[in-house]
Design a protein around this ligand. Structure first.
Ligand SMILES: [Zn+2]
Length: 263
């Protein structure tokens, strides 16, 4: 059976460890921003690293790669970008990554950064489809927009929203609580969101992980996937005192509002 385990690291990151089958010790690690916790985890659990998988260039996703390669000289799969020189096998939107019988579909999701890619699995080794999406989409939120237009990033998030409802979302940070607190300020009448916020508060009070999420839950409670909702348009227009003419414009405004929220 395929298993997925988080290594909590740095301030708020999760490095995801994918083990295709518990019959064998081979594993893949996603976005290792620090080497020590990964090396410690692999040795302690007697696992063998088969490859590293990267979603985008940011240091908290890549800084561990060089030291891990000293211990396990494995392929590094990631975006085609000169800003991630450790990538040995470059990938782009539409590529299929074959790992030990696992087929991961590469989805280009520019916006947080230009080169950002996500990995989607929908095979028979897991009971649900899986998405490893780095900082493109978070539980209850999305990454900041560093590169490109709001329209480009909105289109990227729409691609993820179109994945099957039961897709399990493995994003790279434990930001769910603050994301949902912002979401509730945007959509105070969304009862499913209020319910989710209460659950997440309870989990975090006990220092529990809030992931994975699902595409369905995000479509119902994540304002950054809901910019076509009239209430969210009204919120962004009232906050910016500007008329919004498209869903992408609402998205861009909402992302900028969150950058300085709650100030
Ligand atoms: Zn990032």
């Amino acid at each position: 059976m395929l298993t997925i385990t988080p290594i909590p690291a740095l301030d708020s990151n999760y490095f995801w460890v994918i083990q295709p089958t518990t019959d064998r010790p081979d594993v893949y690690v996603v976005d290792p921003g620090d080497a020590a916790p990964v090396i410690d985890f692999l040795i302690r659990n007697q696992l063998r690293l088969a490859a590293i998988i990267v979603t985008h260039r940011h240091h908290d996703h890549t800084d561990g790669i060089a030291d891990i390669l000293e211990c396990w000289p494995v392929p590094v799969y990631g975006p085609k970008s000169e800003r991630i020189p450790s990538v040995s096998h470059p990938l782009a939107d539409g590529d299929l990554l074959q790992l030990d019988g696992l087929e991961l579909h590469v989805i280009g999701v520019p916006g947080h950064t230009w080169e950002h890619i996500a990995y989607f699995y929908s095979g028979s080794q897991a009971p649900h489809p899986l998405l490893f999406c780095g900082d493109a989409l978070f539980a209850g939120g999305c990454g900041r927009r560093f590169d490109g237009t709001a329209e480009i990033m909105w289109d990227s998030l729409q691609k993820l929203a179109a994945l099957p409802d039961d897709t399990r979302i493995y994003c790279a940070h434990e930001y769910t609580l603050t994301n949902l607190e912002f979401a509730q300020a945007v959509e105070p009448d969304n009862t499913e969101l209020s319910h989710r916020l209460a659950q997440v508060k309870d989990l975090r009070a006990r220092n529990q992980i809030t992931l994975p999420s699902t595409i369905l839950l995000e479509k119902r409670t994540n304002p950054f996937l809901r910019c076509q909702q009239p209430g969210i348009k009204v919120f962004t227009e009232a906050t910016t005192r500007r008329q919004m003419n498209s869903d992408a414009e609402v998205f861009g405004a909402l992302r900028l509002i969150k950058d300085t929220w709650p100030n």
